[in-house]
Design a protein around this ligand. Structure first.
Ligand code: F3S
Length: 283
């Protein structure tokens, strides 16, 4: 059995950086360390962080003292103010590309644009960007919501970094008809698009395609969807424990990709399981 890894998979640059920040801070802080929310949507990584003595808390209110690490999604400025007011030390793990979106949203606000953020309203990254964009910013999550917005003289728009470009372009087109002046920034990070393109390319070449990522990781679910469109023998699993030997009956080539929150250790265990299955079949 041949195993093909997609050209791009697993942790993106921003997540790698945030995880490294937690690992380094755990060693050097010399005081309790917390992350604001889980550092990534992956139970194994969260458990690894707990082994280092780093616990995830949902709000600044839940932390009395020590160091708080901001994850890659970023937070609104009010959250940073609340942490400072409590005397907490802040280590900022916000992805630099997300910081750029926050800064663009703030600049649009300061220049008098009606700020529109394209993204999912509940997503922590969008909540953070909206905080930086200040009062009056609106979030739209689809074309219909963009079409329903009232007219403004000047509209400035940014997107959640993980949006799909074609959908964002449609929203921009709708906003064009709502104002005299439109300023749209392309703030989509290509890590997501690159992973999807690489996953599809691999799925097309194999008998069975595996997507490693947890059910609550939206980018992992999306990877599984795009792979299933080109290869019906696509399976999403959270860990090697979810694998079933029957999936691989007659398969000569197996492809692997992984969501942006899946650690290398999980991927290595899946590869080891497949290697073991192959070797047992040869005995
Ligand atoms: Fe940053 Fe892009 Fe990852 S914005 S957190 S590198 S998906």
């Amino acid at each position: 059995m041949e195993i093909l890894l997609a050209k791009e998979y697993g942790f993106c640059f921003g997540v790698k950086r945030a995880v490294k920040t937690v690992e380094e801070t755990a060693v050097t802080a010399g005081e309790p360390v917390y992350t604001l929310g889980p550092i990534v949507h992956n139970d194994e990584v969260v458990a690894q962080m707990q082994n280092l003595g780093v616990w995830a808390k949902n709000a600044i209110d839940e932390i009395d003292a020590g160091t708080v690490i901001i994850r890659a999604h970023g937070v609104p400025p009010e959250t940073l103010d609340a942490a400072r007011d409590k005397g907490l030390r802040i280590v900022d793990g916000t992805c630099p590309l997300v910081i750029k979106v926050q800064q663009l949203a703030r600049a649009l606000h300061d220049e008098g644009y009606q700020v529109v953020i394209y993204g999912k309203p509940q997503h922590p990254e969008v909540v953070g960007i909206a905080g930086w964009a200040g009062e009056g910013a609106v979030i739209v999550q689809n074309l219909d919501e963009a079409l329903a917005l009232p007219r403004s003289k000047k509209i400035g728009v940014v997107s959640q970094t993980t949006s799909i470009l074609a959908d964002y372009q449609q929203v921009i087109g709708a906003l064009m008809g709502k104002c005299q002046e439109l300023r749209a920034h392309n703030t989509i990070c290509n890590a997501t698009a690159q992973r999807q393109a690489a996953a599809v390319e691999t799925a097309q070449q194999v008998d069975v395609m595996l997507v490693i990522g947890e059910a609550h990781s939206s980018n992992s679910r999306r990877l599984a969807e795009v792979c299933a469109q080109v290869n019906p023998r696509t399976y999403r699993i959270a860990t090697a424990e979810g694998l079933e030997a029957a999936w691989f009956a007659g398969a000569e080539k197996v492809g692997i990709t992984a969501g942006a929150s899946t650690p290398d250790t999980t991927i290595e265990r899946v590869i080891a399981w497949l290697t073991n299955l192959h070797e047992s079949a040869l005995i």
